[in-house]
Write a new protein. Structure first.
Length: 181
């Protein structure tokens, strides 16, 4: 099953999930479902967690797993946000991974919406912050990194956790945001 992820980042995801034991992992950007299947397999191993994965396209043959819930629509649409909220219980530990539309405006809006759902001590991961010359795709234009910089500069509930970049190769530089309050 295809998963367009750096294997070293997947290793870090596994560490985060095993350490924080989220009840809910929200994934914005499903594509073929490979990363949702990977996340659910890690949740199987710790016997905890469900994946809510969102994409604008419905594709056939996405993997089916008891821990995966697929939502079709824009991650920033009111309907999808309300549906996601309805699937979270008040005592759930929540982690979020953003990997949908990579324009700075869209990612910033996702950060503003989904940061409120992340529980203290857990992570909001912004993928592909390496685009727009950070260090790849220098002509991309403002994208995930620029959104992260704007978001981090405007609040104090999250910190960039550079320790999650310990393998020195990541698609998500400065993209591992840990909620501290």
């Amino acid at each position: 099953m295809p998963a367009a992820k750096c294997p070293l980042d997947l290793w870090i995801y596994q560490e985060i999930i095993c350490e924080t034991k989220p009840d809910i992992i929200i994934e914005a950007g499903t594509a073929y479902g490979g990363s949702a299947l990977f996340l659910s397999s890690i949740c199987d191993s710790i016997q905890c967690g469900r994946i809510i994965t969102i994409d604008v396209r419905e594709l056939p043959d996405r993997p089916q797993h008891k821990r995966i819930k697929y939502l079709i629509g824009s991650s920033i649409s009111e309907e999808i946000v309300e549906e996601v909220r309805s699937l979270i219980k008040s005592d759930d530990r929540v982690m979020v991974i953003l990997d949908s539309d990579h324009s700075a405006e869209h990612v910033l809006r996702e950060l503003q919406i989904y940061s409120r759902m992340v529980t203290t001590g857990n992570y909001l991961i912004v993928e592909d912050t390496n685009a727009n010359g950070h260090p790849v795709l220098p002509l991309w234009g403002a994208g995930p990194m620029e959104a992260v910089e704007q978001f981090i500069g405007a609040q104090s509930d999250f910190v960039v956790d550079r320790q999650r970049e310990k393998f020195f190769m990541t698609f998500n530089p400065k993209g591992y945001l840990r909620r501290v309050s």
